[in-house]
Write a protein that binds this ligand. Structure first.
Ligand code: 48F
Length: 261
């Protein structure tokens, strides 16, 4: 027989509330808020947390990985090109070499190990939270945090006011819709953000363009991953994810540089 510690319902609830609010009180003033736990957001979280920055990722779904899980038309393989393979090797993610500089990764392994690496590095990933707005400040004009709401509340259609999380840097890693850049562009026109929208597929050129255009959009506001295409009118590229990983790394490096200077 196995003797299992007996725990009543009240104790279960009490401990969940106690430790949840401990975490929320801690993340309420973060160094970096990343919106979206897709490949670019989780890579950024890994490198930022590794640097010791207090990093929280808000993800509206109850899982992480974003577009990784669906692979290519639900086929479970994704293409990674050099030099992104170096990041995946650092995270102990297995790669099959298809040819020089081109590697194949299993989508489940990619999302599980990327998420685990970000968490192990010290990032907090909080699921079921929708970010629907930012906080801004004047003198100097900047983005200073985000407004958060339960995804379930948002889906219910009830009007419930959000809570606010402050951050020195907010990263839009929401993918194709660039939701945070869109709301900032609409509600804070002084930031001068315009959203021309992404272009149709042109994989050969899209990858490098995404990486090189990832970074700061306005003071306190950064972008990575497919959201970069939306704001810079860049082509999409489909199930090749090197640029997602490398743009996540690039935005992390830019933020580390900005926050340390
Ligand atoms: O879409 P997603 O995977 O973004 P990404 O990191 O990677 C794109 C690729 O997956 C793929 C591609 C590569 O060629 O085209 O599509 O740019 O992950 C974005 C995550 O953000 C969440 C969403 O649920 C997804 O997991 N998300 C989007 N908007 C919000 C959000 C929001 N307002 N609040 C919280 N989470």
């Amino acid at each position: 027989t196995i003797n299992i510690k007996q725990v009543d319902e009240i104790k279960i609830s009490k401990y969940i509330l106690k430790y949840t609010f401990e975490d929320w009180n801690n993340i309420i003033d973060s160094d970096v808020v990343i919106v979206g736990a897709g490949p670019s957001g989780m890579t950024a979280a890994y490198f930022l947390a590794k640097e010791g920055l207090k990093t929280v990722v808000f993800e509206r779904r109850l899982s992480f990985g974003g577009g990784i899980g669906g692979g290519a038309m639900n086929f479970h393989k994704i293409v990674i090109e050099s030099p992104a393979d170096e990041v995946l090797k650092e995270l102990n993610i297995k790669l099959q070499k298809a040819e020089e500089g081109i590697y194949i990764v299993d989508s489940a392994e990619f999302m599980a190990k990327l998420g685990a690496s970000a968490i192990d590095a010290g990032a907090k990933i909080i699921h079921g939270i929708n970010v629907d707005d930012v906080i801004f400040r004047e003198d100097p004009l900047r983005v200073a945090g985000v407004a958060v709401e339960w995804t379930s509340t948002q889906m219910s259609g009830l009007h419930v006011d959000p809570l606010f999380i402050s951050a020195k840097a907010v990263v839009d890693a929401t993918g194709h819709d660039a939701e945070i850049l869109s709301v900032a562009s609409r509600k804070i026109p002084e930031l001068g953000i315009s959203i021309p929208g992404e272009k149709s597929a042109y994989s050969e050129i899209a990858e490098e363009l995404v990486v090189n255009n990832a970074g700061k959009v306005a003071p306190g506001l950064y972008t990575t991953g497919m959201a970069v295409c939306e704001i810079k009118a860049l082509p999409r590229m489909g199930p090749i994810f090197g640029a997602m990983v490398l743009s996540g790394k690039k935005v992390a490096e830019d933020i580390i540089n900005d926050l340390h200077n």
